[in-house]
Design a protein around this ligand. Structure first.
Ligand code: NAP
Ligand code: ZN
Length: 346
């Protein structure tokens, strides 16, 4: 076993610095020194749901960048010193129809998640990227393109690819009218990507507060979701609505915004939702969802972001301030992603 340092949940919603073990390298593994790890709202959901008496520890973190320090005997695609990025999937069966189609994120036997997942070989629980080192199968590490700042690029690996896949799958381009509901980590990257794809892009936010930011991100407008008049005026006007809202909410107001034959894609809150069939019937509207990304889409997304200079707007904090980052994220006080600098874990 290898020893590193990480941040482990205490059960009170806070994290404590602690030694962690990583597996010895398998032939197709790479060891990554983690330099930056994004703080995703999913980390907050996981911490809130975590019970300290649980048999396995929780170390969150599933969007990180760093440098390869060592490679397994059969690794040919990476060498020590390479800049890499890792997202929220670290393995899959590789044999099912989804994996064969390059959609490892939908693996029939469930993709191995970067944290809280079950390692396919030894059955151990995976510990995430709030840590100084990670050991990962080479197939699930991505070369970090030149020109992308490693701190600001870390959030591309979860927040970014989660919105990229549906934008691409729904054919978003210059003719598309896109709305992004919830301007947070996922939302601000969805705006940047939709704009770069040429779409007319609108932000749906609860207040006016983010109007200037929306414009700066390239959006063509902002609709305040709590303003009935503005919502009524925007009725049936978007081909694609990407819903990144992190809390349970009614879908009806967002379905109202979808144009005829358009799609509301839920990527934010992933619990049980209730839908009135009539809200879909009137206008032949579609409801869909998406999560994370397969290997081809992740690599494509990184290339696109490098080409278009897209990274997250980040506030970088030393990992010792993780509790502050999580507390502020929970209060919606982030513009637009916290990223932890892991160098203080040495
Ligand atoms: P975030 O940065 O906190 O952004 C969420 C945004 O949702 C907020 O900025 C806010 O936007 C809006 N919002 C929050 N509470 C709301 C409420 N009660 N009603 C309406 N809007 C509300 O979170 P994130 O990291 O982008 O993650 C968003 C969600 O996606 C989380 O639930 C996360 O778990 C989920 N997620 C899913 C996947 C996946 O694979 N599908 C991957 C990553 C994350 P405004 O201030 O503009 O209103
Ligand atoms: Zn995430």
């Amino acid at each position: 076993m290898r020893t590193t340092t990480g941040l482990r949940a205490t059960g009170t919603g806070t994290l404590r610095r602690t030694p962690l073990e990583r597996r010895d390298l398998r032939p197709d593994d790479v060891a990554v020194r983690i330099d930056y790890c994004g703080v995703c709202h999913t980390d907050l959901h996981s911490l809130r749901a975590h019970d300290e008496s649980a048999p396995t520890p929780l170390v969150p973190g599933h969007e990180f960048t760093g440098v390869v320090t060592e490679t397994g005997a059969e690794v040919t695609g990476f060498s020590a010193g390479d800049r890499v990025a890792v997202g929220n999937i670290v393995d899959s069966c590789g044999a099912c129809a989804m994996c064969k189609a390059g959609q490892e994120n939908f693996c029939y036997s469930f993709p191995t998640l970067t944290y809280g997942g079950t390692d396919r070989q030894d059955g151990s629980t995976t510990l995430g990227g709030y840590s100084r080192e990670y050991v990962v199968r080479d197939a699930f590490a991505y070369p970090l393109p030149h020109g992308l700042d490693p701190a600001a690029a870390a959030p591309l690996l979860c927040a970014g690819v989660t919105v990229w896949e549906p934008l691409r799958a729904l054919g978003v381009g210059p003719q598309t009218r896109v709305a992004v509901a919830g301007l947070g980590g996922l939302g601000h990257l969805a705006v940047k990507m939709a704009v770069a794809l040429g779409a007319t892009t609108t932000v749906i936010s609860r207040t006016q507060d983010k109007r200037d930011d929306a414009e700066r991100l390239g959006a063509h407008g902002l609709v305040v979701s709590t303003d009935a008049e503005q919502m009524a005026a925007a009725r049936d006007s978007f081909d694609v609505v990407i819903d990144t809202v992190s809390a349970p909410h009614e879908l009806a107001p967002y379905l109202q915004l979808v144009a005829m034959d358009g799609t509301l894609c839920l990527v934010g809150y992933l619990g049980t939702v209730t839908v009135e069939a009539m809200d879909l019937l009137a206008g032949r509207k579609r409801l869909s969802s998406a999560g994370s990304g397969g290997r081809p889409a992740t690599a494509e997304m990184l290339r696109f972001c490098a080409e278009h200079g897209i990274t997250a707007d980040v506030e970088v904090l030393p990992s010792s301030q993780v509790d502050t980052a999580l507390d502020r994220l929970g209060r919606n006080d982030v513009r637009y992603r916290f990223v932890l600098d892991m160098s203080d874990l040495d």
